[in-house]
Structures are given as C-alpha cells and as structure tokens.
Ligand binder design. Structure first.
Ligand SMILES: Nc1ncnc2c1ncn2[C@@H]1O[C@H](COP(=O)(O)OP(=O)(O)OP(=O)(O)O)[C@@H](O)[C@H]1O
Ligand SMILES: [Mg+2]
Length: 258
C-alpha cells in the first residue's frame, strides 16, 4: 500500500482547470520532490492531499483511506499529515515550546507532561531546544521555519508535506532548514516536497516529479530527470532555473531598443 495514491485528479477553480489528470503515488519512506514553473498546480496538488482544496474529480488515498470519499473522517487523516508552508504561521503570542505543545494538547489530548516531553525531543531534533522559551519574533526566519517543522513532527505524522518551505527565507537561512529536511529524509520520513531548491531535490529526492500546466510531464530518479530529461518542456524549465543568467532575451521575447 502506498502512503499517497492519487489517481485521475482534476481540480478547477471556476473555469480555470488547474490540475488536469494527475496520477501519482508516494511510497512509505520515499522522498518525492515536485518541481515546475509558477502556476503549474504544485501547491494545489499538495493541498488536495489533505483536502485543503476539494478535488473536482479523481481519487486520493492516504495510507489506504480514501480522503475523497464523502464519508471519510478527514480530521483523522489530517492528524497523520504534517504540513509545512512557505509562511510559518506560528502563534506570535506563544513561546516556541507552547507553539509545539498546543496542538498536541488540544487535538491529540496529550497530557502536559507528555506534550512537553515530545516538544523537547522535536525541538532538539531541529536544533532549537535552547530557544524553547523564546517568542517567534525573537527568532530568524530559518529558526521559525524549524519550529514549524518541529510543531508538525510533534504530532507523529506518517507523512510530511512541504510547500516551498525555504522560499520566504533570506538565502543564508535556507541551508539550515534544508539540513533539517535532509535529516528527516535520512530517518525514513515519507515526504512530498514542492521546492525550487534543485540541488536539494537532486541530492535528497528518491524521485523528482516535473509538473507543467496541471499535468505531470515527467518523473523519475533525480539523476535522470536532471541529467537527461526526456521531455522538451522539462529541459526548457531546467535550463531556466539552473542557469537563469543564460536565458536569452530571445527566449522570453524581449525586444532590444535599436
Ligand atoms: N483558490 C484559488 N482560486 C482561484 N485560482 C486559484 C486558487 N488557487 C490557485 N489558483 C490558480 O491555480 C493555478 C495554480 O496555482 P498553484 O498555486 O497550485 O501553482 P504553483 O505551481 O504552486 O505555483 P507557484 O510556484 O507560484 O507557487 C494558478 O493559476 C493560480 O492562480
Ligand atoms: Mg505554490
């Protein structure tokens, strides 16, 4: 049984068809990175997995439970899915430790002692135990994102979804967040990661999925997708993101003044 099994997924917003038939599965322990141009539907795909967006058609199973079944207990499924976004969404009026314990207490009904124990373990996992008493505003963006990861991990998810977790960060803070994610991957966490960090995808992903225009254009091991992409659209995209300085004016239709 796959951890995620998506088949024939379509999603429209009004007349705009954003996902146009996605088939994708993620196995337990697998790290899958989704890459692709802006607007290709990557976030929408991720948000459909825990029904933050309701699919227009198709089926999605998470650990065997069909989340697209109207009778599915979606809250139960969501409890097993950790989600980390570009924006950290920490509670500013709570300390780091409180941010990591609150959902454990309220949603999982853990005792204070148990929630504290799990918070301690996960804050040290992301290297921030020494910041447990700080407030989010006293932390850097990279540290805040690591707290957001610890908060998700504290719920003991069987699956982590990441949507561009480093793209709101200053460049010098990106590495510390990727290091935490690399550690999770090494521990065998199942991860579906939308990212612009091609070096990370190349090094950490078991599989890379290239999306464009609401479909999966190609997927495979990173060495293949990056090293010898089969599709022209993949080549064009990689050329743009890997060598932005070399994209010609011609390619994007810029006219030079004579
Ligand atoms: N709630 C919404 N209502 C209407 N249109 C939406 C909504 N959410 C997304 N879209 C549209 O769906 C398309 C795909 O958006 P999505 O955010 O999934 O793309 P993306 O691949 O994540 O892009 P980016 O790399 O910029 O994050 C875009 O055209 C976007 O404007
Ligand atoms: Mg997005």
């Amino acid at each position: 049984m796959s951890t995620i099994e998506i088949s024939g997924l379509h999603k429209s917003f009004g007349a705009l068809e954003v996902l146009r038939g996605i088939d994708l599965s993620v196995e337990a322990g697998e790290v899958v990175c989704v890459i692709g141009p802006s607007g290709s539907g990557k976030s929408t795909l991720l948000r459909c997995v825990n029904l933050l967006e309701e699919p227009t058609s198709g089926t999605i199973r998470v650990a065997g439970t069909e989340v697209t079944d109207p009778d599915c207990d979606i809250d139960a499924v969501r409890r097993g899915i950790g989600m980390v976004f570009q924006q950290f969404n920490l509670f500013g009026h709570l300390t780091v430790r409180e941010n990591v314990t609150i959902a454990q207490r309220r949603v999982l009904r853990r005792s204070r002692a148990e929630a504290e124990r799990v918070a301690t373990a996960n804050l040290s996992r992301v290297g921030l135990l020494d910041k447990a008493g700080a407030y989010p505003a006293q932390l850097s963006g990279g540290q805040q994102q690591r707290v957001a990861i610890a908060r998700a991990l504290a719920m003991d998810p069987q699956l982590m979804l990441f949507d561009e977790p480093t793209s709101a960060l200053d460049p010098e803070l990106v590495g510390e967040v990727l290091a935490v994610m690399r550690g999770l991957a090494a521990e065998g966490m199942t991860m579906l990661v939308v990212t612009h960090e091609m070096a990370f995808a190349r090094e950490v992903a078991h599989r890379v999925v290239f999306m464009d225009g609401g479909v999966v254009v190609e997927q495979g091991p990173p060495a293949e997708v990056f090293g010898s992409p089969r599709e022209e659209r993949t080549r064009t995209f990689l050329h743009r993101v890997l060598e932005p300085a070399r994209v010609s004016e011609n390619e994007i239709g810029v006219q030079r003044k004579e």
